[in-house]
Design a protein. Structure first.
Length: 424
């Protein structure tokens, strides 16, 4: 949304002017239903000052709410993730000379943090300075937490340095937010710099700290850094969650180190951390990239027998999902193991809780195409449509035609191409 500049300056002027003149008497009625007022405000699609002012004046009169009731209203709007409405309410309060304080602004700042609106958080900091509202650690923590989007890591750093200049003490939650912002921005060096700063300050590192630091290594594939961080984490007694270990495994996958990915999976079982679908997908993906289909298959079988696995949807624990089957079929296809890919596809069809989709069918057709198994590719192509009622996409059609072409079955390829064109 775009803030009305003229109105903002008017609000700031009135807020400063109010320091030298008495506040208006405000509504102190304890019977006011804040939730009901919040409901009325939340359904407003665009925060227009006149519309919102009408609702507020109807609820509180022109005197406005008491500071305590105003805090409850702003918190209710923040909970509904409507910081735009909360901001306009705060502007209206200033315009009618109702007392506004640091707590009101911090509530709005937390609303921006919850919705990752870091640009608006910066604007609010500027408005607080203009209105002479003193900021505190809570203000900056919330502002830094709003920097979750890619490209906002530099802002998070600047806010942290601004805290230091104001001699505001930074806490673990502050630095965790900075590390997280750097991780999301893909700047692992910066993230680890602040991690080192925390260690030198002897701050108590928690799972959020290590999780954010390890996540910063993921996109760049810095698996060695992730491995060291995980070792440090276990050494000081911080428990490793499935999310953190999944991130470490994904880091190895991106770094092309399938062996270390399997090692991290072993760490998970040794520390009695229950794996989930994301765990298996990351390990299988690492093996697929390296062509390690046998290791992937061993893990796949272990997964099928593992009853500790986190359940997905309405399936029982230990039951493999469609994505896992598809990943394993693709892994076999990449290593030219078309027979194993067909076997996996057949097993998948026999399960009552799984229904093949275009992606899984495409993976097994691609496996057959790579090995020149045109008859199987053609059968799967027809199976996709006749048995499962799925519409093949361009990639699947191309793979089926290519399988026929490689085997010299040009008549089949031509017929398949003509049938596909007719149906589309």
């Amino acid at each position: 949304h775009t803030r009305a500049v003229s109105h903002k300056h008017m609000s700031c002027f009135r807020a400063m002017e109010s320091q030298s003149m008495p506040r208006r008497r405000v509504s102190q009625d304890n019977s006011i239903d804040v939730a009901k007022i919040s409901d009325r405000l939340s359904i407003i699609s665009k925060p227009q000052i006149l519309v919102i002012a009408s609702v507020l004046e109807d609820s509180f009169g022109r005197c406005g709410p008491a500071p305590r009731i105003a805090s409850q209203l702003l918190a209710a709007l923040a909970k509904r993730k409507r910081p735009d409405i909360a901001e306009t309410v705060l502007q209206w309060m200033n315009s009618v000379n109702v007392e506004t304080n640091l707590y009101h602004y911090n509530v709005l700042m937390h609303a921006y943090a919850a919705t990752s609106k870091w640009v608006d958080a910066l604007k609010l900091l500027g408005e607080m300075a203009q209105c002479r509202i003193e900021t505190d650690v809570i203000t900056f923590n919330a502002a830094i937490s709003s920097c979750k989007e890619e490209g906002s890591w530099y802002t998070a750093m600047q806010l942290f340095y601004s805290m230091a200049q104001r001699t505001l003490k930074s806490y673990v939650i502050t630095l965790n937010s900075v590390i997280n912002a750097c991780a999301k921005g893909g700047t692992w060096e910066r993230a680890l710099h602040f991690f080192g700063f925390m260690m030198r300050r002897l701050l108590q590192l928690d799972s959020i700290t290590f999780g954010a630091a390890i996540a910063s290594c993921k996109d760049s594939g810095e698996w060695e850094k992730a491995m060291q961080l995980l070792a440090d984490m276990l050494q000081i007694g911080v428990g490793a969650s499935a999310v953190i270990l999944n991130t470490a495994i994904s880091t190895c996958e991106k770094g092309g180190n399938w062996e270390q990915a399997l090692q991290f999976f072993s760490v998970m079982t040794q520390n009695k951390v229950v794996p989930n679908a994301a765990t298996f997908d990351a390990v299988l993906k690492a093996c697929e990239k390296a062509g390690e289909w046998e290791n992937a298959l061993h893990l796949f079988i272990a997964m099928a027998e593992d009853r500790r696995s986190t359940p997905l949807d309405d399936r029982p624990c230990g039951v493999l999902g469609l994505n896992t089957y598809t990943r394993m079929i693709a892994c076999c296809g990449k290593s030219n193991q078309w027979k194993q890919a067909l076997k996996l596809f057949g097993t998948m069809q026999q399960t009552h809780w799984l229904r093949p989709d275009v992606v899984s069918c495409g993976a097994v057709i691609d496996a057959c195409e790579k090995c020149g198994q045109w008859a199987n590719a053609l059968w799967l192509f027809l199976e996709l449509q006749e048995r499962h009622g799925l519409k093949p996409n361009v990639i699947i059609c191309s793979a089926a035609v290519s399988a026929c072409e490689k085997a010299g079955e040009w008549a089949q390829a031509l017929q398949l191409f003509a049938d596909t064109c007719a149906k589309h």
